[in-house]
Design a protein around this ligand. Structure first.
Ligand code: APR
Ligand code: ZN
Length: 248
């Protein structure tokens, strides 16, 4: 039996399972990952992305907005991998989706927003660090023609995309909700993540500790490979489409 068949058989017999996703599910939508061969961290220093540096250095904010606008990430569309997870949700195969991604593509593919836990926030929203006033990031990016460090329209405070910068806490309740989904799940399907960043990677780990099967779909190694019941080393779009076809 090949690894995809084994993954299908495990996920079929496990009952509703948790999908846990990382940047690798969105690369086929044109959004770079972080630690893959062309990942973001091969080009820029993660230290640039600490909340302290963002709040204290104007040049960091200016560069951050410019990179965000030029990346085109806000215009990305869901790919076959996101669509496959939406089909699995429709077929009542998922307890929910926990994602490390900030691109909102699971919801755009049709998974209801209340079934998606965004551990690291969502780049489509921006928020004032002083008064909490939020607005669509697209509106803030549109200001960049005139200002390079856009400020809050309510109080003049610093604005940031509503994502978790290094050094920031995760959104309140996100981790607890994720662990609760993991404990309700019959298995975890981890897709497109090196499973190297905590506390996020603690979610699939929790399921393994509870004796649930872990199915990993990822191109290249992950930190939890030794705990995987089965590992499929292949492109998320194609592998997830095959899984969704088999499990519908
Ligand atoms: N199909 C399958 N795997 C893929 C694909 C693809 N199309 N494209 C990339 N990958 C793999 C990469 O080889 C890599 O192993 O997906 C993995 C992505 O891992 P990371 O880049 O580490 O992304 P992720 O695990 O989501 O990072 C977690 O780190 O920097 C922080 O906040 C950031 O949320 C991010 C967190
Ligand atoms: Zn404000």
């Amino acid at each position: 039996m090949d690894v995809v068949d084994r993954a299908v058989s495990i996920l079929r017999s496990a009952g509703p399972f948790l999908a846990f996703t990382g940047a690798g599910i969105s690369t086929e939508s044109g959004i770079p990952d972080f630690r893959g061969p062309d990942g973001v961290w091969t080009k820029v220093d993660p230290a640039e992305f600490t909340i302290d540096r963002y709040l204290t250095r104007r040049d960091t904010r200016v560069r951050s907005w410019r990179v965000r606008r030029d990346s085109g990430a806000l215009e990305a569309r869901p790919n076959r991998g996101h669509q496959a997870l939406a089909r699995l949700w429709e077929a009542d195969r998922l307890v929910g989706v926990v994602t490390q991604n900030i691109d909102g593509l699971h919801q755009a593919a049709g998974v209801p927003a209340d079934a998606v836990v965004e551990l690291h926030g969502n780049a489509h929203r921006s928020v004032c660090v002083d008064c909490g006033h939020d607005r669509p990031t697209a509106e803030v990016l549109a200001l960049l023609d005139d200002v390079d460090d856009p400020r809050c329209s309510e109080c003049g405070g610093i604005v940031k995309v509503d994502v978790v910068f290094f050094g920031e806490m995760l959104p309140p309740g996100a981790l607890e909700r994720s662990f609760s989904l993991a404990s309700d799940a019959g298995a975890v399907l981890a897709v497109g993540s090196t499973l190297s960043v905590f506390p996020a990677a603690g979610v699939p780990l929790e399921a393994v500790r509870a004796g649930r099967p872990l199915v990993i779909v990822n191109q290249g190694p992950t930190e939890l490979d030794d705990l995987a019941t089965v590992r499929v080393d292949g492109p998320a779009g194609a592998v997830l489409s095959t899984l969704a076809d088999a499990l519908r």
